[in-house]
Design a protein around this ligand. Structure first.
Ligand SMILES: NC(=O)c1ccc[n+]([C@@H]2O[C@H](COP(=O)([O-])OP(=O)(O)OC[C@H]3O[C@@H](n4cnc5c(N)ncnc54)[C@H](O)[C@@H]3O)[C@@H](O)[C@H]2O)c1
Length: 248
């Protein structure tokens, strides 16, 4: 039977690549993003359908818990259950910690941490009932080692890694695995804004063992691994997918 995967923040960037990659691997895919990203979501839907799979679309802000619960319930009804959840939606607005506003701290926590938790809470009852499920959280190598101007973002991604480890222990008895991926520098809108200049891109290309930065498609294979049967005995892990710029 065809499995259904949900990808949050799938209107562009890594989320879109994951949605298309999952469709090409044979999953029906439900994609969510902010209402302001409806056009991008429609393009992602068309790419999923072009891969021959069913697409489901929900506009939802992951920081709104009630909206998340309602959207996941609609997806479960329409698709007949959620087999894989990929928590990809995230934000990064760089600031030095001493200058960081309370509003920006709260926004990063609400989207990057509470959003992940709310989506997990929304899908776990169905996964437990079916005694199977895969959750893949998109964290960041920033969550392993903070860098200047990303202290608040790094704190959210460290929290995602910790949530991953604890949820894995709390849900494993029901056949559910929970793992995280820690991308390095991926050349999406977020990645390019973060680097800021061609010079910075060249610097990090030189640092990387593979002498290049990432494309969104570089995250697809690791997500398919965690989503699939080959990883059935892997849970609570965080995998760096960074071309060799960070090794811990
Ligand atoms: N690009 C990188 O270098 C990089 C590195 C490490 C980790 N990541 C992580 O990968 C994920 C995807 O990043 P990306 O580079 O594709 O970024 P992006 O900014 O290109 O895309 C993020 C998507 O998430 C959506 N989103 C933001 N806030 C949302 C909310 N409240 N509710 C629903 N959707 C929301 C955006 O609308 C957008 O479509 C993020 O979690 C990010 O932190 C990215």
């Amino acid at each position: 039977m065809t499995k259904t995967a949900v990808v949050t923040g799938a209107a562009r960037g890594i989320g879109r690549a994951l949605a298309v990659g999952l469709a090409e691997a044979g999953y029906d895919v439900a994609v969510t993003d902010l209402a302001a990203q409806a056009d991008g979501l429609a393009e992602t839907r068309a790419l999923i359908e072009a891969a021959g799979r069913r697409a489901f679309v929900e506009t939802v802000d992951v920081s709104d818990r009630a909206a998340v619960v309602a959207a996941m319930a609609r997806i479960e009804d329409a698709a007949g259950g959620i087999d894989v959840l990929v928590n990809n939606a995230g934000i990064l607005k760089p600031a030095r910690l001493e200058d960081l506003s309370e509003a920006d701290w709260d926004a990063h926590m609400d989207v990057n941490v509470k959003g992940v938790l709310s989506c997990c809470q929304a899908v776990l009852p169905g996964m437990r009932a079916r005694k199977a499920g895969r959750i893949v959280n998109i964290a960041s190598i920033a969550g392993r080692q903070g860098v200047p101007t990303q202290g608040h973002y790094a704190a959210t991604k460290a929290a995602v890694i910790t949530l991953t480890r604890v949820l894995a222990q709390e849900a494993g008895m029901d056949g559910i695995t929970v793992n995280a991926i820690c991308p390095g520098i991926i050349l999406t809108e977020m990645g390019k804004n973060n680097l800021g200049s061609d010079e910075a891109i060249r610097h990090w290309e030189e640092v990387a063992a593979l002498k290049r930065l990432g494309a969104p498609e570089d995250i697809v294979g690791p997500v398919l691994f965690f989503a699939g049967e080959q990883s059935a005995f892997v849970t609570g892990q965080a995998l760096n997918v960074c071309g060799g710029i960070y090794f811990h």
